[in-house]
Design a protein around this ligand. Structure first.
Ligand SMILES: NC(=O)c1ccc[n+]([C@@H]2O[C@H](COP(=O)([O-])OP(=O)(O)OC[C@H]3O[C@@H](n4cnc5c(N)ncnc54)[C@H](OP(=O)(O)O)[C@@H]3O)[C@@H](O)[C@H]2O)c1
Length: 280
């Protein structure tokens, strides 16, 4: 990648910092190419200590960057846009990880046509294992999408979607790690209940999910078939699986994804940040 400058607006937060960490580890960008902003100077202290360029002045960061990544919460977008709208131009690529904010709405609140690529990464980006879904806005070019793909491919897997599916990508990919952590936590407790030491139980539970996931991804075999391979007739696994069904694990997970997706569609609606921003 060319020595392009990239500005992370709200980059001191969880997802921004995780992406920056991943990109530095992957050497996609050198520290000198990265600009980070936050609302409070204290939030930037750790990055400053690591020698990265930090500021609380968003416009100053945007002015210096060819690529801008918006990493703030939906309700923080209005304030940020007020600061940067005057310096953002069509020459820059704008990546947005803001949940529920469509590229069309973002263009509308900035008040100009912009090259936007919307991204939905997740926190495993910290260990370069993100699942990032990307969608191209109306004015983004094929090259813009390629750049976004290269950035997020450095920190995990990437899927290209039509923007229509980005809320679903949020419900499954963005929120999914929390659902998986809950499963790891519960399996750990199961292990503790049957006598395993806490640290052993957590390691076994986490590695079980990692190993099972790798098996699905590498072999392409349907999870139901892999499940059948473990469940010996009259064995112990089928008894455990029957308990999961009795307690409704499948429907609970389906519901969790559907509910999180629905919430993502509402974040910028009726009385929410979208209305406040468009009213300005
Ligand atoms: N966390 C995830 O798993 C995840 C995954 C995908 C997408 N997202 C989306 O990413 C966005 C950020 O989430 P997050 O979890 O990283 O939130 P976060 O940890 O709360 O970080 C938000 C950051 O934005 C900064 N900020 C707020 N107002 C600002 C302003 N006016 N100017 C500059 N910086 C400002 C905050 O600065 P201060 O620290 O100084 O307050 C903070 O560093 C959200 O839209 C979220 O939905 C999150």
């Amino acid at each position: 990648m060319k020595p392009t400058r990239i500005a992370f607006i709200g980059g001191a937060g969880r997802i921004g910092s995780a992406i920056i960490d991943g990109l530095l580890a992957a050497k996609t960008f050198r520290p000198g190419q990265i600009l980070i902003t936050a609302r409070h100077p204290d939030s930037l202290a750790l990055w400053r200590k690591r020698g990265l360029r930090c500021t609380v002045r968003n416009a100053e960061a945007v002015r210096q960057a060819a690529i801008v990544i918006l990493c703030v919460h939906p309700e923080q977008v209005a304030e940020v846009v007020q600061e940067i709208a005057g310096v953002l131009t069509h020459r820059q690529l704008l990546l947005s990880v803001v949940t529920g904010l469509s590229t069309a709405t973002l263009e509308e609140i900035v008040g100009q046509e912009l090259r936007i690529v919307r991204a939905m990464p997740n926190t495993p980006v910290m260990v370069r294992q993100s699942m990032t879904c990307l969608a191209r806005g109306r004015h983004a070019t094929a090259r813009d999408l390629e750049i976004a793909q290269r950035i997020f491919a450095a920190v995990g897997e990437v899927a290209l979607l039509d923007e229509h599916y980005m809320d679903a990508a949020t419900g499954l990919g963005g929120c999914g790690p929390a659902f998986a952590f809950k499963i790891i936590e519960a399996l750990t407790e199961g292990g503790i209940k049957v006598g395993l030491a806490r640290t052993v139980a957590r390691k076994v539970a986490a590695q079980v999910l990692k190993g099972a996931a790798e098996l699905v991804l590498r072999t392409g075999i349907h999870p139901a078939e892999l499940k059948e391979q473990v469940a010996t007739p009259a064995g112990c696994t089928i008894d455990g699986l029957a308990k999961l069904e009795e307690h409704g694990l499948s429907i609970a997970l389906i519901d969790a994804v559907e509910t999180a997706t629905r919430k993502a569609t509402q974040l910028f609606r009726s009385g929410g940040p979208e209305e406040k921003i468009l009213d300005k």
